[in-house]
Each structure stands twice: as structure tokens, then as C-alpha cells.
Design a protein around this ligand. Structure first.
Ligand code: AMP
Length: 411
């Protein structure tokens, strides 16, 4: 199927062509015609499936069909859980709208609100927002939601995991009754279904797992190593393998900082991205990484959520996550768009139970190796296993089993 058959305008097809896309992804093939028909859509899709273009392109088409009103009130609103996602969606919107007269902006917390208020004052047709900042600016009367015609809840499961349900409900109350609603979520817990039923009008269900090739193209390996030698091993792998773009996951913010400092000392350019970093520092680190100036991005799970880093060749779990579902999210950062990817986990003796949980979830044993020069010296009797699900996360995924079935379906 080609983009030409989806019913999108010439200007949008030109923008898509400029992006270098040749064929629409499965979610785009299914969702675009339905959204153009003005149906409510309940879509099961995660980052990496092309879902952003799946809703952005038809929304831009719909907006451009009606002349912008003089004061340009917000007509399309996308709610998304994180600042990074909001910025990414805005990037997408702006590139797809290159040949249209559509104004777009993103508003999110953690940065000065004044430039956002100024942008809103100038008029915005297509607004991307995190729930908290949106409510905040609405209370300050910096924007009106009375003309919203299309609402998107993007990554709805993450928004609920992050405790945004009340804010979302408040926002729904501020919108006109008559509007088109689209909900995108990677998983469907009871809470998501309840939310979906409460505001979607006769939705069409659309399902798209990431491209089949994605997972099969990820080479997964576990390297058993003593805990105290992990840093040496990771530097050896990255420097020795001359890997250029590596995303490394640690379990804690301090761990991310420490590892980053050690890498820099060994002349491996690295930056850390986690919740204690300012928005500016996070954006800068991610931009440097994307441009190839920073070789290693060290991230915690929460900071990495939803980040779109195209064609990432290597993901390393410096520490295994104690929530097995996070493993699936982490390795989903590699092998995108048909590219080959490698996901390596460094596993010390105290993490063996985490490894077993992950293997249970993904339904396969990870091939395990010991790297020459990094033979194990730790003895099981001397090592205290880490407690499972210690460091209980506030935004721990609540839905049980969804990711499991998603993963099994794909294999
Ligand atoms: P998303 O799932 O929206 O985060 O998109 C994942 C990545 O796929 C982004 O880098 C998009 O630019 C890219 N992408 C989206 N649609 C297509 C397409 N039809 N062909 C190739 N790449 C695409």
C-alpha cells in the first residue's frame, strides 16, 4: 500500500515524501482512513510503530480542510505523558505541516511558562501538552479549550501509570462535548478500558504491534560478570567494539551519574538523562546523542520512556530492571525500522532472580556468555540476591499480563 491511497492531501504527501517514507506502517494504514472519516479510534500501539504520523497526518488534513479562525483557538489537542514526548510530537507535526498553514506548539512543565504563553497568545491550531502544564495554563486563562474538535490521548497507559488520571478527567470536562477522540496505548489494563469507555464514542479498535521484523532483528544476550567489574566490561565493550551510539540503562539516577563520569574519564563521551536533570540538560544530552556527538547516553527507565532515537544499534542493560516489563521497553529502543540491533544485559550474581523473571516474561532463555578476561570470581554463598521489586516505583505499571501477551503475539 502506498501513502497516495490513504486520502491525504498533496501537501501532506509531499511532506511525507520529504521525510523519506515510502510505505505507511500497519498502524498508519489502519488508523489514517478511520481518522479521516472522523471516527473515534482506540488504538493499541507503542512507540516505534509509526503511531505519531498515524494520528498527526490525518489531523493535519482535517485542520487544513477548514480555514483557520481569526484568533486561531486550539482545534486539535494531544495529551502526552512526558516533556520529551511532547517535544518529539511537535517535531513530527512541524515537519508534516511544512507545506500547510497550521500553527502548532507544545506546552510542558519544568521550563519557563512565558514563551509557551506567548505562543498560545499568537494562536495555535494544533497543541501538544502534558496534562499538568495544560491545566496550569488553563487556570491562568492563557488558553481556551472551547474549540477543541479532536482530542488525542497518546501513551494513555503511561499517563495513568504516572498518576495523570485525575488531570485527564479534569481536562475532558473542559472540552466541548462534540469532538473526535483518539486513544493510543501500548497496553490495555482495566483502568485504560474504563477510561476509554468513559469518553470514546463507538470507537473502532485498531491494533498494531511493532513491525514484525523489529523484535526478530534484536539480538539479545546476557553477559555474566562480577558486579565490581561491570564498569570495566562496559567500557571494554563500547571502546573495544568501537560502538558509536549506545543507550545504557541503569537502575538509579546516582548509578547513571557515576557510570557517566567513569566513561568520560576513559575518554568515552557520555551524558546522563534522568529525573534529577533539568529539562535543558536532558534536551541537550538527547540532542547531542542524536547528532552523534555523545557516544553513550546513560538513562534510567523513567527518563527514557517514549524517547524516539531512530536506528539505535546498541542497548546495554548495565543493571537489570527489577520490573521485568521494563526490560521489554528498554530493548524496544533498538532494531527499529528494520535495522539490526543488539541488546546486551550485564548480569551479576545478585541479579539472577531478575534474569529469571525477565526470561519468564519474554518466554525465552537469554543466551548467556562470560567475556574473556571477565571470568566470574564471586561465589553464590557470598552474594546476597537483590530484593525483588525493591525501590517500588510510584509509576510502576499497574496492568498485569498485557505486555506479556503483546510480546508472545509477536514471537
Ligand atoms: P513513532 O512510533 O511515531 O514514535 O515513530 C517511530 C519512528 O518511525 C519515527 O522516527 C518516525 O519518523 C518513523 N516513521 C513513521 N512513519 C514511518 C514510515 N511510514 N516509514 C518509515 N519511518 C516512519
Amino acid at each position: 500500500m502506498s501513502f497516495n491511497s490513504l486520502g491525504l492531501s498533496k501537501q501532506l504527501l509531499l511532506a511525507v515524501q520529504k521525510k523519506g517514507y515510502t510505505d505507511p506502517s500497519p498502524i498508519q494504514q489502519k488508523a489514517i482512513p478511520l481518522i479521516l472519516e472522523r471516527r473515534d479510534v482506540l488504538a493499541s500501539a507503542q512507540t516505534g510503530t509509526g503511531k505519531t504520523a498515524g494520528f498527526t497526518l490525518p489531523i493535519l488534513h482535517i485542520l487544513s480542510e477548514r480555514p483557520a479562525q481569526k484568533r486561531r483557538p486550539v482545534r486539535a489537542l494531544v495529551l502526552t505523558p512526558t516533556r520529551e514526548l511532547a517535544a518529539q510530537i511537535l517535531d513530527n507535526v512541524q515537519s508534516y505541516a511544512a507545506f500547510l498553514d497550521t500553527r502548532s506548539a507544545a506546552i510542558f512543565g519544568g521550563v519557563n511558562q512565558n514563551p509557551q504563553i506567548r505562543a498560545l497568545k499568537n494562536g495555535v491550531d494544533f497543541l501538544i501538552a502534558t496534562p499538568g502544564r495544560l491545566l496550569d495554563l488553563h487556570h491562568q486563562r492563557a488558553l481556551s479549550l472551547a474549540s477543541v474538535d479532536i482530542l488525542v490521548l497518546d501513551e494513555a497507559d503511561r499517563m495513568l501509570d504516572m498518576g495523570f488520571l485525575r488531570d485527564i478527567r479534569k481536562i475532558l470536562d473542559l472540552l466541548p462535548q462534540k469532538r473526535q477522540n483518539l486513544l493510543f496505548s501500548a497496553t490495555f489494563s482495566k483502568e485504560i478500558k474504563k477510561l476509554a469507555h468513559s469518553f470514546l464514542h463507538r470507537p473502532v479498535l485498531v491494533e498494531a504491534t511493532p513491525e514484525n521484523t523489529t523484535v526478530e532483528k534484536i539480538i539479545q544476550k546476557a553477559y555474566r560478570v562480577d558486579k565490581k567489574r561491570k564498569t570495566d566490561l562496559i567500557i571494554d565493550l563500547i571502546a573495544g567494539g568501537r560502538w558509536q551510539q549506545v543507550l545504557v540503562f541503569t537502575r538509579t539516577k546516582h548509578g547513571a551519574n557515576r557510570l557517566c563520569e567513569k566513561m568520560i574519564k576513559c575518554d568515552v563521551s557520555a551524558a546522563a538523562i534522568h529525573g534529577n536533570k533539568s529539562q535543558g540538560a536532558r534536551t541537550k544530552a538527547l540532542a547531542g546523542f542524536k547528532r552523534g556527538e555523545v557516544r553513550v547516553l546513560v538513562a534510567t527507565d523513567i527518563a527514557a520512556r517514549g524517547l524516539d532515537i531512530p536506528l539505535l544499534p546498541h542497548v546495554i542493560n548495565f543493571e537489570l530492571p527489577n520490573i521485568p516489563e521494563d526490560y521489554v521497553h528498554r530493548i524496544g529502543r533498538t532494531g527499529r525500522a528494520g535495522a539490526k540491533g543488539e541488546a546486551i544485559s550485564l548480569v551479576s550474581l545478585d541479579e539472577v532472580a531478575f534474569l529469571r523473571d525477565i526470561e519468564k516474561l519474554i518466554g525465552m532463555k537469554l543466551p548467556t556468555e562470560v567475556v574473556e578476561g571477565f571470568e566470574l570470581t564471586d561465589k553464590p554463598e557470598d552474594v546476597k540476591p537483590q530484593e525483588k521489586r525493591s525501590g517500588f516505583r510510584k509509576d510502576k505499571p499497574k496492568g498485569k499480563g498485557n505486555k506479556k501477551s503483546y510480546w508472545r503475539r509477536k514471537r
